[in-house]
Design a protein around this ligand. Structure first.
Ligand code: GLN
Length: 223
């Protein structure tokens, strides 16, 4: 009988949870249930062991600067497993603070530079004079997406050949005020500033579910 049990790693669920992004995980769980899959969601927090390849989906939600600073100290332990996972097409969604920490660094409001996982070549700088807050709309490969953004971090790609945005802005800021693009796609990693949550946009949610199920089959076959 086919294994219909999907494992989700929720990175630092107890710390990175300020902006309601847990709704993304609830929507994934709901869509999987409609396809007769059960889900197990593990909170991977400070000092926990973690092997990304034990999972079908990794979620990393948004948080405020203080929590990001705490999380960033624990995070380097997981750099290798997450790098291999992302490069092997493992599905992962990072929202706002969680997105920022996949890049090389995040320079906070107090001028401290937090090292990110340094998996993908982009960086973020907090600009106190411009909080990007409000409705966003953008055109993704899966059609139009509408969401809400709330960040002061401005994200810039350092290698525009390697990294592709999640969408082109129709309304709002996205990654920063200049580039007119939102988020990032790399293999099955999606980084985004979209709250709301993002996956109320069922076009994106279904694309992620499809990637999760394809990865699940691949993971089981490798066991
Ligand atoms: N603290 C970060 C910023 O303001 C992340 C915010 C968030 O996760 N919404 O850019």
């Amino acid at each position: 009988m086919a294994d219909k049990s999907i494992k989700i790693a929720y990175l630092y669920e107890d710390l990175m949870n300020t902006y309601g992004d847990s709704g993304d995980v609830k929507i994934i769980r709901y869509l999987l249930k409609k396809q007769n899959y059960t889900t197990q969601i593990d909170n991977i927090s400070l000092n926990d062991n973690f092997d990304a390849f034990d999972y079908d989906f990794v979620f990393f939600g948004g948080g405020q600067d203080f929590e990001q600073t705490v999380v960033a100290k624990d995070l380097p332990r997981h750099k290798d497993t997450l790098t291999n996972y992302i490069n092997s097409d493992g599905p992962m969604l990072g929202v706002c603070g969680g997105y920022q920490l996949v890049g090389t660094y995040y320079k906070t409001n107090s001028g401290i530079t937090i090292k990110g996982l340094d998996i993908l070549p982009f960086h973020t700088v907090f600009k106190s004079d411009k909080r990007m807050i409000g409705d966003t709309r953008y055109l993704s490969d899966w059609g139009e997406v509408s969401a809400f953004e709330n960040h002061s971090g401005q994200t810039y790609f350092d290698d525009k050949e390697k990294l592709h945005p999640l969408g082109k802005m129709i309304e709002g800021y996205g990654n920063n005020p200049q580039d007119k693009v939102e988020g990032l796609r790399y293999h099955n990693f999606i980084g985004t500033y979209s709250h709301g949550p993002l996956l109320k946009n069922l076009n994106v949610a279904q694309a992620i579910v499809d990637a999760i199920l394809a990865w699940h089959e691949k993971r089981l076959a490798a066991q």
